[in-house]
Design a protein around this ligand. Sequence first.
Ligand code: COI
Length: 354
Amino acid sequence: MTDTIDISINKVNQSNIGTLDVHNIPFAKIYSDHMFEADYRDGEWKNFRIVPYQNISISPANNTLHYAITVFEGMKAYKNDAGEVLLFRPEANAKRLNISAERMCIPELPEELFMEALTTLIKLDSQWVPSVPGTSLYIRPFIFATDEYIGIRPSDTFKFMIITCPVGAYYSAPVNVKIETKFSRAMPGGTGFAKAGGNYAASLYPAKLAKAQGFDQLIWTDAETHEYIEESGTMNVMFIIDNTIITAPASGTILKGITRDSVLTLARDWGMKVEERKVTVKEVVEAAKNGTLQEAFGVGTAATIAHIARIGFEDEVYDLGPIEEREFSNKVLFELDRIKTGKAEDKFNWMLKV
Ligand code: COI
């Protein structure tokens, strides 16, 4: 049960927009003026409000601080040439948030509430949506448990919030990735498919070790055999071999990326061969070694399309071909950008004008 969606709005006295240099936006350092908040109490979502972006106060016994009972989404808003704000596939984020929530014993958030909160907030802070090419407004909806209780049990109370920040590129250059075969991100029956905070916390240590070896990110492999490619720490991954896009199926251990789905939809529409199947480490490493790995790239909301420049596996590194010669990943990056900014036909009905 949810109250009617009546959102109170308390605006900032003075906007912080003056601190933003749209030509030099660091990722997630400057937050927009307002945020959305709702509380879950007595079995229902209530107290829908937009307030100035600010710190929140929680008990030191807050159960999320101790047990990571939290799920989140990542999405983006863009401006078209007329200055109107467009959201990319927001309904898909609303649905995925609930898929993640169920796994973490977090109550369902009605999709109408998600959409109303999102559109009201983005309308209010529309001046924060940048229009310089390569920039966007990153939107972070999240839910976390708020019981003041450090025993282990599902929480009775929660908070849903949305914060936003203008962003440029997540990766400012093509990335070097290491195929990880010691640590694991997810196992069958675990939480790999959910956008749960703990998945990211657990990835930090292996990623830190890889960073010390000169890599930007890991490519995770399956926990049982380490023979199959899964995803990267910040994005799904795709390869092109024999003019065919291959990517791991979005199974229980892999996040069902919305950018992943968008890229595969465009590829199929363009007549490309696409295989969603188990991808072996062996075939990718062999192809990288013998020069038949035509393209390798990450796909994600924050990362968009991140070209992979180098792949590390065991003690070897393999440099892949020149970025400018990568036909598909360059084309799909360009086309997605045109769709998101209203320059290309929205054939799949992905964009929502707010
Ligand atoms: C996103 O792409 O939106 C994510 O949530 C990934 C995160 C590492 C920024």
